[in-house]
Design a protein around this ligand. Sequence first.
Ligand code: SF4
Ligand code: SF4
Length: 459
Amino acid sequence: MTQQTLAPGHQATDHEAEDRPIREIERQSEQNLWACYQCGRCTADCPFSLTPSLAVRLLQLGQLDEARKLATTWDCASCYSCQTGCPKGVSPARLMKALRALDGGQAPAVFTRPADLLGRNGDPLPLQPAARPRWAPRARLAAWTRRMRAHALASMPRAFPLMSAIAPLSNRMMRLPGARQLAHLVLGVHRDRQLPKFAAQSFPAWFARHQPLGDGRRGAVILFHDEFMDYNYPQTGIAVTEILERAGYRVELFRGVCCGRPMISKGFEDGASVCAVKNVPILHEAASQGVYIVGCEPSCLLTLRDEYLHLVPQGLEAQARVVASQAFLIDEFLVMLHAKGELKLTFRPADTLRPVLFHGHCHQKAFADATKSVQLLELAGYDVEFLNAACCGMAGLHGFEKRHFEASRAACERSVLPAVRSRPDADLVIMGVSCRQQIEQFAARPVRHLVEAVRDAIA
Ligand code: SF4
Ligand code: SF4
């Protein structure tokens, strides 16, 4: 961290005063701007063809306004691929997140593109470029509409319980002529984006009625479930419950609110902070007694392990750290049990299982270790090919939006689809629900979550 403090009696020079907002971005993002030596790898790695290295360079040059107006800053899907490969450990994604949070998260009315900013030698121009002139009220209306749609999209999971309660009617309604136009108008969802179907029996409803498969002798585990698991893919929740119960645990469902990831991904840090403040004390009660918190969705589980430390007020930081220390992705948890000799599961003979092509989630690769998923699949007896590709292009809600849909499709075409097409013999397995939706739509092949594959291999 590079926060600067002035000695008592020190008068800030003009230079220091100009520098202060940049230092604040460094402090909030916990990044050292000057570690970046502009190798450009983050830009090469960005699955959406954005220019994160340019955003970093503009900040290094003190051009805060230009960095904030750069389209990359606002088109960023927070997939963290740029962080994963940075040789200096810089996270352009975090720097841009801090940039977006300025001015209460209000996006500028006009964006600049890299071509507007680069001189002939490829360096950012020193002067503020002339932005494309737009009629100010129209630009402001466009910015307001964008923000309202982003807010509606981030809040969309709140409607899932109702949609699931009236399924299959809700699924038929989504296929009615005009439904896509409505989603497009209200949420900014692209007309060609397939919307996930709602399950008639939600995961919480199944959980409330199911008979546990084991005696729970190893104690409780908190399952950190999410809305997609609950209402769209209950089979994932059922599979993880069965695995944990067979492994001797008593599964308890987390009773708090959404982790806040949809809010973070759309730039509403304040909303995410409210979620963190509600969830941390509930989780702390269990975590402080040594109870594990386990999740299947990397973006949700890693939000509480990583983002909550930055989202909670000082008074809750210690509790957030305890929660983070007890939070595990399901693959990490099961591999850890196996390493201790405590995973007592019997799997089917390996020659009865089809080979698997596994695609890791971007947040899993950036903040955890996707090879743990591969280890787990191998433990279960699968012959696994690890598709160590870039982002599939969905990145949570990002690929749903009209203005990102084509870039999302192109990213999937570049990163995942060639390998998927080359392995018609293999079953497709993923860790994140957004990867599942994206690959199911563009590869038109069934996809299973890691836990479904592991549960299916149990004898
Ligand atoms: S990969 Fe890292 S060092 Fe290279 S340009 Fe990007 S942020 Fe800078
Ligand atoms: S979309 Fe992903 S790789 Fe591209 S700048 Fe954003 S976080 Fe980095």
